[in-house]
Design a protein. Structure first.
Length: 370
């Protein structure tokens, strides 16, 4: 059995398109003749208005959307508009394949989708998902959806996930990584053509891009995760707060009032102050103890944390991590700090209200720093 060639399929498509357009223009000619019935030869007054009205009726399906055909007519209208969309897409496919031109409002495809924002500035990456679902492999930084979507054989990675903190240094490393991947992976794979005229490796990566994106990055998963992570917990929390005559809600409201009244009297005081320019060995524990003036609050009413900062090229500092201090006795909070890297560090201690029923740790909008 001899399989049809691409040229044969193109010829069949062209014949079908020509027949379709011929039927359309034949119907349009008949419509034009109907519009002129009853008129003297050469009378064309209000012709464009009649044509416009007929187009509104046909394209808008106005008659079928009126009673008593509204329900059935709506289904017919949706099918009709769907066929218009298919016709538009088929026309674009025909024109782009034969003449190299595109219909208005359509986009040209790409072979690879490159995405190189500065981490973590990629909010989500839905454009990259759409490209992968349509067979365009991603060449992207590991941000947004790509850290989860990348599986080693469905695209390429620019840079790594390590947070350098220095934007200029990170830009330089990402640029080196991009040129290396283009030179040694993307371009050779694309032009490694087989006897059939295309790259088998590229087709494999393209198929893997579709296989690994379509079943996992879709609306079904989005709705399910919203339900599981937000809607169900929020509903359950609301039911718990409303139980027994809103007892927990009333208790939380009373706790908030008590915390707001006492917060101006709270304070932080370092017991074992870390002197400036202190030197420790990597892996050595640094004991940090803080005396907290609770102002009448209980130790469990507050959360005390120490924040780490690393120097940036512009002379400032960028946040590098946080550790929660534990309460030992009589308002004394402590923690053992063990930096996992060399370099200059800066520490900052902060305290904010804590309650298990708060919807967010920072919901009170109160904080004291040291």
């Amino acid at each position: 059995m001899i399989a049809p060639t691409a040229g044969a399929w193109a010829l069949v498509l062209a014949v079908v398109a020509i027949l379709g357009f011929g039927a359309f223009f034949w119907r349009a000619w008949r419509l034009y003749r109907y519009l002129r019935l009853g008129r003297d030869e050469g009378r064309t007054d209000r012709m464009w208005r009649r044509v416009r009205d007929e187009l509104v009726v046909y394209l808008g399906q106005r008659k079928l959307l009126k009673r008593p055909y509204r329900v059935r007519g709506m289904g017919h209208a949706l099918i009709y508009w769907g066929f218009l969309v298919i016709t538009y897409g088929t026309t674009d496919l025909l024109l782009s394949g034969i003449f190299g031109v595109r219909m208005p409002g359509t986009e040209s495809g790409v072979d690879v989708w490159m995405n190189n924002p500065r981490r973590p500035m990629e909010a989500s990456g839905t454009s990259g998902m759409k490209a992968a679902m349509n067979g365009a492999p991603n060449l992207s930084v590991l941000d947004g959806w790509w850290p989860e979507g990348f599986q080693g054989d469905n695209g390429w990675v620019i840079g790594g996930e390590r947070d350098i903190g220095d934007e200029q240094l990170r830009d330089a490393e990402d640029a080196d990584s991009l040129y290396h991947v283009l030179q040694h992976d993307v371009i050779p794979t694309y032009y490694r053509r087989s006897e059939r005229g295309f790259s088998d490796d590229w087709v494999y990566i393209s198929k893997r891009a579709m296989i690994t994106s379509i079943p996992y990055f879709n609306t079904d998963r989005m709705v399910a995760e919203y339900v599981e992570r937000f809607y169900v917990p929020a509903s359950r929390h609301g039911q718990e707060m409303a139980a027994e005559g809103f007892a927990r809600a009333k208790g939380l409201a009373a706790w908030k009032a008590r915390v707001r009244a006492a917060w101006p009297q709270t304070r932080l005081e370092a017991i074992d102050a870390i002197p400036d320019y202190s030197i420790w060995d990597v892996g050595q524990d640094i004991l940090l103890r803080v005396k907290v003036g609770l102002g009448g609050l209980a130790p469990e009413d507050v959360c005390v944390e120490v924040l780490f900062f690393r120097p940036a090229r512009d002379g400032g500092y960028v946040r590098d991590g946080a550790i929660e201090l534990t309460h030992e006795t009589d308002g004394l909070f402590a923690a053992n700090i063990r930096p996992d890297d060399t370099g200059n560090y800066r520490f900052e201690v902060r305290m904010y209200p804590h309650h298990p029923d708060l919807p967010h740790p920072m919901a009170m909008g109160l904080m004291t720093t040291l």
